[in-house]
Design a protein around this ligand. Structure first.
Ligand SMILES: Cc1ncc(COP(=O)(O)O)c(C=O)c1O
Length: 405
C-alpha cells in the first residue's frame, strides 16, 4: 500500500485551532497574482518589504561575524556580550533584570512560545487582549490551554478595562498578556492603565508577558515599560526583538527579560531547559545586538519621520471616506479601520476585505482575524508603504466603496 493520502496520517487536532490570519489571507492574494494582477500588501508588518532597512552598523556587525568564522551555535541563552547589552539597556529603561535573566530567542515569537510552553498545562488560562496579535491564540491552542480574551475598548482608544480583566480571572488563570504598543490597534497604554494591570497581576498571582516589540516606534508620547512599574511582588517577562524596532524581522532575533525571577525560580529553570533543547537563536546577528540597543539618534528619528507622515496620510484619507473611519494610533505602524457594514452589501469584515482584494488588489486583514466580531466591520491596515502608494490605495478604496452608494 502506498503511504500517500493515507487516512492514517491526519494532522493532530491542536492544529485545527492554529490560525494566523495575517498570513492565511495571503493565499487569496496569490490567486489574484496568478491572474496577472499586482497586489498591494497592507496586511503584513514587514518594514523591509517597503524599503526600510536596519541601521548600517548592525548589518556590518552581522556580516563581520559571519566573515570571521562565527558560524557555529551560540550558548542557548545567547552570547555573553548580547545578554549583557540587553540587560544593561533594560536597566537604563527602568526594567530590573540581569544577564542571567535574559534569553535570546528566534524572534519575539519564540520567546512567547517558550514562556507559554514552560508555564501552561492543558486547561490553564491566559488573558489575552482582544483584538490581539494572533500568535498568542495560536500558541495557547497548540498547548491545549485556554485563551481568555479581554476587551480593548474602541470607544476608549482601544485601551483595556481593568475591571473587565479582573472579572474573567479564575483559579486556572496563569498569565496576563499585555501588548504595548499594541498590534493590531497601534495604541499606547498610559501609566494609570499599566499600573492597574501590574496591580491585577500582583493580587491574582499572574505572570505578566509584556510584549514590547514596538516600543521604539512611538509618536507624540513616551513608551513606559511595564516592568519598570513592577514592585518586587510581580513576575514580568518583557519580550522584545530587532524585528520592528530595528527593522530586521528576517534576522529572527528577539529575547525575553525576566523581572523578579526570584518569584519564579522553577519556571526560569524551565525556560532554560526549553532553550537548551532548541540549541540557540541565530548566532551572527547576535553580534549586532549591542549596536542595535544604541542606534544613532538619527536612525530612529528618520524612521519616525517617515512613519509619521504615512500615518497622517492614512488617517486623513480613511476618515474622509464615506462609511469608513479609523483611529489615530500612537505607536507601531497599524491603524484599525472600520467600515459601516450596514451601508454596504457585505455581511462581514472578511467579505469586505476579500471583495476589495478581488476588485482593487488591496490586501488588508479583517478585524475578526484578531478577534473582533465579524459584523463590526473592523480591518487592520499597515502604513509602511510610501506616501504615493498610500495615496493610490486610499483613492482606489474610495472608488471601490462609492460604487455601492
Ligand atoms: C505584538 C507582536 N509580538 C511579536 C511579534 C513577532 O515578532 P518577531 O518577528 O520578533 O518574532 C509581532 C510581529 O508582528 C507582533 O506584532
Amino acid at each position: 500500500m502506498p503511504y500517500t493520502h493515507s487516512p492514517v496520517f491526519v494532522p493532530a487536532q491542536r492544529v485545527e485551532k492554529y490560525n494566523y490570519a495575517i498570513r492565511n489571507i495571503v493565499s487569496h492574494a496569490k490567486m489574484q497574482e496568478q491572474q496577472g494582477k499586482e497586489v498591494t500588501y497592507l496586511n503584513i508588518g514587514d518594514p523591509v518589504l517597503y524599503g526600510f532597512q536596519p541601521p548600517e552598523e548592525l548589518i556590518e556587525a552581522t556580516v563581520l561575524a559571519l566573515r570571521t568564522g562565527n558560524n557555529g551555535y551560540s550558548p542557548s541563552s545567547g552570547k555573553k556580550e548580547a545578554v549583557e547589552a540587553i540587560a544593561e539597556d533594560a536597566r537604563c529603561r527602568g526594567i530590573d533584570t540581569t544577564p542571567d535573566n535574559i534569553i535570546v530567542t528566534s524572534g519575539a515569537s519564540e520567546a512567547a512560545d517558550l514562556v507559554c510552553t514552560a508555564m501552561l498545562n492543558p486547561g490553564d488560562e491566559v488573558l489575552c487582549p482582544s483584538p490581539g496579535y494572533p500568535l498568542y491564540s495560536a500558541i495557547i491552542a497548540k498547548l491545549n490551554a485556554r485563551e481568555l480574551p479581554y476587551k480593548l475598548d474602541p470607544e476608549n482608544s482601544w485601551l483595556p478595562d481593568p475591571e473587565d480583566i479582573e472579572r474573567r480571572i479564575t483559579s486556572r488563570t496563569k498569565i496576563l498578556v499585555v501588548i504595548n504598543p499594541n498590534n493590531p490597534t497601534g495604541e499606547l497604554y498610559p501609566l494609570n492603565v499599566l499600573r492597574s494591570l501590574a496591580d491585577i497581576a500582583r493580587r491574582h498571582r499572574l505572570l505578566i508577558i509584556s510584549d514590547e516589540v514596538y516600543h521604539k516606534l512611538v509618536y507624540e508620547e513616551v513608551h513606559i515599560p511595564l516592568a519598570s512599574l513592577a514592585e518586587d511582588d510581580v513576575a514580568i517577562i518583557t519580550i522584545d526583538s530587532l524585528s520592528k524596532n530595528l527593522m530586521a524581522p528576517g534576522w529572527r532575533i528577539g529575547w525575553l527579560a525576566i523581572t523578579n525571577s526570584v518569584l519564579i525560580p522553577d519556571v526560569r529553570q524551565a525556560f532554560i531547559k526549553l532553550a537548551d533543547a532548541r540549541l540557540c537563536a541565530p548566532t551572527a546577528p547576535q553580534f549586532a545586538i549591542k549596536a542595535a540597543l544604541n542606534p544613532g539618534k538619527n536612525y530612529i528619528e528618520s524612521v519616525m519621520k517617515r512613519l509619521s507622515a504615512q500615518r497622517e496620510i492614512t488617517v486623513k484619507m480613511l476618515n474622509a471616506l464615506p462609511g469608513i473611519s479609523c483611529n489615530n494610533p500612537k505607536g507601531a505602524f497599524y491603524v484599525m479601520g472600520q467600515i459601516q457594514l450596514d451601508r454596504f452589501p457585505f455581511h462581514t469584515d472578511e467579505e469586505f476585505v476579500l471583495r476589495l482584494l478581488q476588485e482593487k488588489q488591496i490586501l488588508f486583514v479583517h478585524g475578526s482575524g484578531f478577534g473582533t466580531d465579524p459584523s463590526q466591520g473592523y480591518f487592520r491596515a499597515v502604513y509602511l508603504p510610501d506616501a504615493s502608494t498610500l495615496n493610490r490605495v486610499y483613492t482606489d478604496l474610495g472608488d471601490f466603496i462609492r460604487k455601492f452608494q
